[in-house]
Design a protein around this ligand. Sequence first.
Ligand code: ZN
Ligand code: ZN
Length: 569
Amino acid sequence: MTCCGLCQYETNKLVRIQSVRLGSLKWSLNGAILLFICLLMLWNRKYQQFDLVVSSVTTKVKGVAQIQLPEVGEQVWDVVDYSGPGQEKNSFFVMTNVLVTQGQKQGKCAEVPSSGKLCVSDKDCQKGASGQQSNGVQTGSCVKFGILKKTCEVSAWCPIEARQHLPRPALLAAAENFTVLIKNNIRFPAFNFTRRNILPWMNDSYLKSCRRRTDSLCPIFRLGDVVREAGESFTNMSVEGGVIGIQIKWDCNLDYLRQHCLPRYSFRRLDEKESNKTLYPGLNFRFAKYNLVNGVEQRTLYKAFGIRFDVMVFGQAGKFSFIYLIIYIGSTLSYYALTTLLLDWLIGTSCYSAEVGQNYSERKVESVLDKEQCILCVSYVDEDNLRMVKKSKKKILQEVKPISVQPRKEDTGHMQVALCLLQPRADGTDTLQPLWPNVRPGVRPAWCSCGCCAPCAQPHEELCCRRTDGACITSSPVFEQLVVQRPLLEAVLLYQDPLSSGGDGIRTASLRHCAYRQYISWRFGTLPAEANAVVPSCCVRRIREEYPSPQGHYGGFTPTSSFKQGKDD
Ligand code: ZN
Ligand code: ZN
């Protein structure tokens, strides 16, 4: 009955190998994979759904310091003075060093040599010009700068800020002892879970007394501690300034003990710290304070150096999710294929096959060949192995190189039957004497080594029973007994078809074919899959001589995969 693809189901055919070694190896590998999967699942909490943190940060810096400003004198600076103008999101700035230029007002003055160029006369200066580095717009005249140099005059805030050396140690080195309170509110939207770094049990007295050194949860940080934990020295860093990152990490497992969802603080420097290797090291910016003196606007210019602290919040929360667990389990199933891959490779190796005396790949894989790529199987009486040869239309079969050599496997079942059938015939007449003359002179072709072969019509029939010169297999008494003798062939045919007429009723052609099969079973044993056994020319000749076709017509060798053996008609 033919059936469409809709009402069919194809499944794989498996080969079960009964082996303690392979079985235990399989279960050990599978166990190791399962263990790995479980460890990975527990370690990375693969059974959980994760959500990233959403957060807001506010900071409050506290501390005052007395500083000695050059040309200004002693001043006390509080948070308003040293925080600089403006607050950025998630960061705060603390000024640690400053250069002050006092009493600037709009006017004309000589450009500083570092920002403009030196001149000799007014011709060197261009009215209205201004460079990228200049502090003002050129007026077109060349004026004295100091005693020896002359520079172009500019309209600018005069006097122009001169290049000065930075005060060392920093003017506001005392900022080391300032403190900052960081308030961080977080939320995991997927789980509607909120939390802040100032924990419910923290009261006012705790916050006033807690220290980062002893309490890792304390939300108040001394700036010196922050810089020190970032691996820097506050004294060095305060001269030119820099950027420090304050990282707050939340890693929460919401499946149990939600109060264990706590922040972890860490610190590191974010900018390039090698000040002598970097062109523009540190962090600085300018701002000015304006005032009116006798109705004229004046300003005090500050070049501020300091440390910016960027607060970065990141983290995730996980909660058990059946769907994520299923997805994880599904994604790990493919790991078990590694076992199959490894074991298949192992049993495919020639080492293992030789060790256990089994060629599993032969049993596992059924190869199908095109009819064109017919593989012939050749057995020589002076060789143990079977040779696999590609059928060639031009080359003599005796001379074609084999594509592979396989050990010969005895077809024990057939041999037992043949020997049983031989037994009753051992009545004294069977003396195991060769009945055929060994060598027939005059007809030997060039490729024949045994001297009994006849010239053939097809190159793939040109095959001798042996590789090297010697006696022909047809001269063996066993050949006579097993392949040629009529009583045995008749008995074999009757054995195969018990209800046939037997005796003289058997056709000569059937006996001839039976003789070929006898020879193939005897000399080839169990044939490898898809191979076609070729009966040597001398044996064909002998069998045809014994059981000739009445018309003298033979079909020659035709490979047929269904019989797995050559057929000669
Ligand atoms: Zn020969
Ligand atoms: Zn021969």
